[in-house]
Write a protein that binds this ligand. Structure first.
Ligand SMILES: Nc1ncnc2c1ncn2[C@@H]1O[C@H](COP(=O)(O)OP(=O)(O)OP(=O)(O)O)[C@@H](O)[C@H]1O
Length: 535
């Protein structure tokens, strides 16, 4: 027989324990739990206030006026949206299409799989029996990328995310994920009456938050297609020359002032498109005389001769005049150095004091492959002087090479700006872009050799160590010819007085004497030159 008697008969004991328990423990506990859940909902509701307002509005309409009115309102909104998109596509995409896409992807791609993906990628931390997953803070979309903002749990640093980047990419159904510790945008420049207030707000908004990490997932690779040549700017902005398209659909702007540029890439990787994109961006300055373009094309004029008229000086056949040209430029640099001494620290191009851009198509041919040792040493010495002292004086070197071998890598550090196109070996990436570049995402060795991917490469941007993948614009032969006719080099002779050639017998190595103007050669370079002399 079933025994229904309670284990403890509270009535007989005359202790009203269950009610006491309910009143003082269960109800406060439930209240506390509900309050906590509601408190957690507040930020979620705050983040999703738009969708909540729209849903609440829709429900209200349906409740008050029936479903027909709701459908009519939806059709009218869709029609207005279509009109907006048709007439003002840019603003419609910015304020409607991309936010809607971001909302959708956040909900159905990232939030949905977040906990699972981050745990299996070993980015969740366990402490005191509890699993802490990085917090998903936001998703922003462009037409090519998803930018996911997260906050790392304590005990992590961004290196973990760099290492897990490939796993993260595939977990969220993408092929590439780039990791950026630190904000990807800078505070806007404010002006006007409200500027001080806005700047104060920006200081808080853009404050450094070391625990935030941005993951950029590439949804669609915009670099699959050839990038057409950019229009020639009316006046070159030397701090922002448009050269390439980035994979986040922004334009890669090169800051050419006071820097030298090194371009390294396997044969047929598209180094020419970097050179011609740069020349195109400078073209109006070449015509006005603000820029003097000098070219050395040791491969017999194959690469640069098609735009010969754009060059004030051009050598392609004999090594001797090429080396003379380098030394002449050193002379110009010295003369300018003497004029600028004590006046300005960095040269600003003017018509009287133009910017000299020396383009060397295959540097290796000058610094390593010349059979004549004396010529080779003279070339190396002159190039080394231009690289160490020219940038601030407005004399810039744009060198390209197929082979990042010892002789070029030794000069690498004197090129503050570097571009790596397709490379043959993974270890060449760090040789060109600097240690750790490949780990931070510069997969130059994985760029396919297929003709459809020519002109794709990696650059290190000014403001962050993570390399950016770009595709340089392709300037066709016809466009180069047209450009050479329209923007031919100004005929005005250079104002700089080139010093007379020295009467004393030429030394192999340029060494500024103790009283020579300008900084001495760095030790590393002096060693390199010494090595060259004995070669
Ligand atoms: N940005 C680009 N977009 C599309 N195609 C390109 C691009 N750049 C170059 N190409 C194509 O790739 C071919 C090789 O380019 P380019 O001559 O510039 O390579 P390179 O790296 O300079 O080769 P090499 O080292 O042998 O001189 C060109 O004929 C051109 O058709």
């Amino acid at each position: 027989m079933k025994n229904n008697a309670p284990l403890v008969n509270f009535r007989r004991l005359s202790i009203p324990l269950p009610w006491w328990l309910v009143m003082w423990i269960v109800i406060p506990y439930l209240l506390w739990k509900t309050a906590r859940a509601l408190a957690r909902l507040v930020p979620v509701a705050g983040r999703n206030w738009r969708s909540l307002t729209l849903t609440a509005g829709g429900l209200w309409l349906w409740h008050q006026h029936g479903w027909l009115v709701l459908v009519l309102v939806l059709v009218a909104v869709a029609g207005l949206g279509g009109l907006w998109w048709w007439r003002w596509r840019g603003s419609c995409e910015r304020f409607v299409v991309l936010p809607l896409l971001a909302w959708w992807r956040r909900l159905f791609v990232y939030t949905w799989h977040w906990r699972e993906a981050l745990t299996v990628c070993r980015l969740a931390e366990r402490f005191d029996g509890r699993l802490t997953v990085p917090k998903l803070l936001g998703v922003r979309c462009t037409f090519a990328t998803d930018e996911v903002l997260l906050r790392m749990p304590r005990g992590q640093n961004p290196d973990l995310y760099h290492k897990a980047a490939a796993n993260l990419a595939y977990s969220f159904n993408s092929r590439t994920c780039r990791v950026y510790p630190g904000r990807r945008t800078h505070p806007p420049v404010r002006s006007g009456r409200w500027a001080p207030l806005l700047r104060a707000v920006d200081r808080v908004r853009y404050r450094d938050r070391p625990r935030l990490v941005w993951l950029v997932f590439i949804r669609r690779d915009p670099l699959q297609r050839t990038v057409p040549a950019f229009p020639v700017p009316e006046e070159p902005d030397f701090t922002a020359l448009p050269l390439a398209l980035r994979e986040d659909l922004e334009t890669f702007l090169l800051r050419l002032l006071a820097t030298h540029l090194l371009i390294v890439g396997a044969t047929r990787s598209g180094k020419g498109s970097v050179q011609w994109s740069l020349i195109r961006a400078l073209a109006s300055g070449i015509r006005s005389g603000l820029v003097r373009l000098w070219g050395i094309d040791p491969k017999g004029g194959v690469e640069l001769s098609i735009g010969r008229e754009l060059f004030s000086r051009y050598e392609y056949a004999d090594p001797a005049p090429m080396v003379d040209m380098l030394e002449e430029l050193v002379g110009i640099m010295r003369a300018r150095q003497a004029r600028m001494q004590g006046k300005v620290r960095v040269h600003a191009p003017t018509l009287d004091e133009p910017l000299y851009v020396l383009m060397v198509d295959e540097m290796l041919a000058l610094v390593a492959l010349l059979l004549d040792i004396e010529l080779r040493n003279r070339a190396r010495a002159a190039l080394a002087l231009l690289l160490t002292q020219g940038a601030g004086l407005g004399i810039l070197v744009v060198g390209s090479t197929q082979d990042p071998r010892k002789e070029v890598v030794e000069l690498r550090d004197f090129f503050p700006t570097r571009v790596a196109m397709r490379l043959n070996e993974p270890n060449q990436v760090d040789l060109v872009l600097g240690d750790g570049a490949r780990n931070r995402g510069a997969l130059c060795d994985q760029i396919p050799a297929h003709p459809s991917m020519r002109g794709v490469g990696y650059v290190v941007l000014d403001d962050r160590p993570e390399p950016a993948r770009v595709r340089f614009s392709y300037v066709t032969d016809d466009e180069i010819r047209a450009m050479a006719q329209t923007y031919a080099a100004s005929a005005t002779p250079a104002v700089e007085k080139v010093p007379e050639p020295r009467k004393e017998p030429r030394r192999h190595t340029y060494r500024p004497g103790r009283h020579a103007a300008g900084p001495l050669l760095p030790d590393s370079l002096a060693t390199l030159l010494d090595g060259g002399e004995s070669a």
